[in-house]
Design a protein around this ligand. Structure first.
Ligand SMILES: [Zn+2]
Length: 343
């Protein structure tokens, strides 16, 4: 997939949080049909640091990855760690100031520094810093979050254009995040304001499911209806296969979720042979099961190994089990996306 075609058809991006899709080599990643990945700006900032990653030529060179890389702004992690009290720091009109819990080093995350870090990572698609908050927002909090999100998006765009020459000079795309929580008029306002600034993509920000686990479809629809039709729409953090099927119908084309890798690590494997699509490989019932994880899957794992073997690997804690499980789960998602693209 070329960058100019990103988001024209459905695309699923696994999380390469610290510069790797956990347990996979880059070749194994490619073999699942993956064409784009998401990597995490904050984690790379705290581990490698801006100077080192720049010196090493950016994440694509480091990973030997010739596909597409999207970086987040770093805001989501920082704000949630500060809001939850896990990290010491403050969120303010200029971004956030926080201390690394391991080294004690002080960091300043601003709209401009977020763009600088993403440029150092040398990703293909950047995301503007947005003011994301907890799930149940008051009207006043949501209004504040929307105003800040718009102001920060403007600053990100200005910095990207003036310092780096924007999309034209860098060949990179800049996307923004639409906030507004459950207030549809705020969603609309945020979407319209961001559209008037002009971005290459529009990402749905905030929580995608209610506390009961239902998708926030009205909020999602409002973002689609109030942003340009010819730019990609990214449903950040969506989600379960059944959720992707629903949300893709609204017009969202870009998806990512930690479920693929996290479930694989815990032995929860996606399978169309199972009613709720999740096969718990550690269960005793699979100890002698010689069938593949999914009878329809064409992945390396399903073509070569039985449920019994993977069950055994998980039972004894053999790392290869996680690798085989991740290959399968990721291929399951890519097949889901391929199927939806064909319909
Ligand atoms: Zn498979």
């Amino acid at each position: 997939m070329e960058l100019k075609d990103f988001g024209k058809t459905l695309v699923f991006m696994p999380d390469a949080t610290r510069g790797a899709v956990r347990a996979l080599t880059t070749q194994q990643l490619k073999d699942t049909g993956t064409e784009a990945i998401v990597t995490n700006t904050l984690h790379l900032l705290m581990s490698l640091g801006e100077e080192k990653i720049k010196k090493l030529g950016g994440i694509k060179k480091l990973m030997n990855w010739d596909g597409i890389v999207l970086t987040d702004s770093g805001g989501f992690q920082v704000f949630s760690l500060i809001h939850s009290g896990k990290w010491k720091g403050v969120v303010h009109d200029n971004g956030a100031t926080f201390k690394s819990p391991t080294t004690g080093k002080l960091y300043e995350l601003t709209p401009e520094s977020s763009i600088d870090m993403q440029m150092a990572i040398n990703s293909d698609i950047l995301v503007t810093l947005d003011d994301c908050r907890k799930s149940d927002l008051s009207r006043k909090d949501a209004e504040e979050s929307v105003e800040r999100t718009i102001a920060w998006a403007k600053r990100c765009k200005k910095h990207f254009d003036e310092v780096y020459g924007g999309t034209e000079k860098t060949g990179k795309l800049l996307s923004c995040v639409v906030q507004g929580a459950k207030f549809l008029d705020l969603r609309e306002r945020c979407a319209k304001e961001l559209s008037s600034i002009g971005f290459d993509g529009y990402n749905f920000g905030g929580f995608v499911v209610t506390e009961k686990g239902d998708l926030v479809l009205d909020e999602m629809r409002s973002v689609i209806e109030n942003t340009p039709t010819d730019k990609f729409k990214y449903a950040m953090g969506v989600g379960k296969p059944s959720d992707i099927r629903v949300v893709s119908k609204l017009g969202y084309k870009v998806f990512d979720t930690v479920l693929v890798t996290r479930n694989a690590r815990h032995g929860s494997l996606f399978s169309s042979d199972i009613k709720d699509e999740v096969l718990r490989i550690k269960n005793a019932e699979f100890a002698l099961d010689e069938r593949p994880i999914d009878s329809l899957c064409d992945c390396y794992t399903c073509k070569n190994y039985s449920r019994a073997y993977i069950h055994h690997l998980f039972r004894v804690g053999e790392m290869t089990g996680v690798t085989l499980a991740t290959i399968h789960n990721l291929r399951y998602y890519q097949r889901l996306i391929e199927g939806l693209n064909q319909n």
